[in-house]
Design a protein around this ligand. Structure first.
Ligand code: NAD
Length: 265
């Protein structure tokens, strides 16, 4: 490991515990010398995020509920006060009613459709706009997506629709911020055993199927998502923007389960 992010300051949104994708990314960024700040959704989550922030040498810790515009403003005011500027942003925030992460997409309620789009899609645009105002040239932003954005994944339902809109927002934001050399990308991760991941019905089946089908015949580790994110957040990827980068052990490239693997446990 080297110092790919040395001298860079980055805000990490979406750590709930040490299995969160945001944690894997934060750890990899800290290992590469980044100075980190963290947001947490509410007091209950603060208890778990505070020790993680301390362990990784974070020096900003702010409550931020992305559905609350005042809370978003306050977060970036705190960042401005503490750091003055920012080099990267990591957005790992999503939510949908788990009663609708099963069964038919056709049965999605208007209320949950709007709230899923708000928290899982619009929130990235809301934070990206605020981060851009403080961001240095060659800054970088990433958000997290899933293959359910482009293909039907059982039970992913309205979250797949929100991720499709999120990936489209990444492309529009990349264009909006391009003249400042600020890059915007999505990391599309394979299924992970996290709180959000386990809210989707039959999560174990999805996990096992992805593991068996993927080109690498394995499942993604948090560390691997962290390493890819370091590449996208660092100066190693200054010509990469508007992309959805898959970190899924090659699941997306496969057409079907290889016959020699069908009897594997
Ligand atoms: P997680 O449960 O650890 O993280 C989700 C985070 O969203 C939590 O920290 C939670 O506090 C935060 N959040 C939810 N509502 C919020 C709100 N109103 N305001 C502020 N924060 C809020 O789960 P995760 O799997 O690490 O999820 C992180 C991202 O990765 C999500 O965008 C998720 O869709 C995406 N993702 C997950 C998987 C997977 O299989 N777990 C795969 C691909 C992409």
């Amino acid at each position: 490991m080297s110092d790919l992010l040395k001298g860079k300051k980055g805000l990490i949104m979406g750590v709930a515990n040490n299995r969160s994708i945001a944690y894997g990314i934060a750890k990899a960024c800290a290992d590469q010398g980044a100075q980190l700040g963290f947001t947490y959704q509410n007091d209950a989550i603060r208890k778990r995020v505070e020790p993680i922030c301390n362990d990784l040498g974070g020096d900003v810790l702010v409550e931020c509920d992305v559905t609350d515009e005042a809370s978003l403003d306050k977060t970036f005011e705190e960042i401005k006060k503490k750091w003055g500027e920012i080099d990267f942003l990591v957005h790992c925030v999503a939510f949908s009613d788990k009663n609708e992460l099963k069964g038919r997409y056709a049965d999605t309620s208007l209320e949950n459709f709007l709230s899923t789009m708000h928290i899982s899609c619009y929130s990235f645009t809301a934070v990206a706009k605020r981060a851009e105002a403080l961001m240095n040239e060659a800054g970088s932003m990433i958000t997290l997506s899933y293959i359910g954005a482009e293909r039907v994944m059982p039970n992913y339902n309205v979250m797949g629709v929100a991720k499709a809109a999120l990936e489209a927002s990444v492309r529009y934001l990349a264009k909006d911020f391009g003249h400042k050399k600020i890059r915007v990308n999505a990391v599309s991760a394979g299924p992970m055993k996290t709180l959000a991941g386990s809210a989707i019905a039959n999560a174990r089946y999805t996990f096992k199927t992805a593991e068996r089908t993927s080109a690498l015949n394995g499942s993604v580790e948090l560390e691997e998502i962290g390493h890819t994110s370091v590449y996208l957040l660092s100066d190693m990827s200054t010509a990469v923007t508007g992309e959805t980068h898959y970190v899924d052990c090659g699941f997306r490239s496969m057409g079907m389960l290889p016959p020699e693997r069908q009897d594997l446990e």
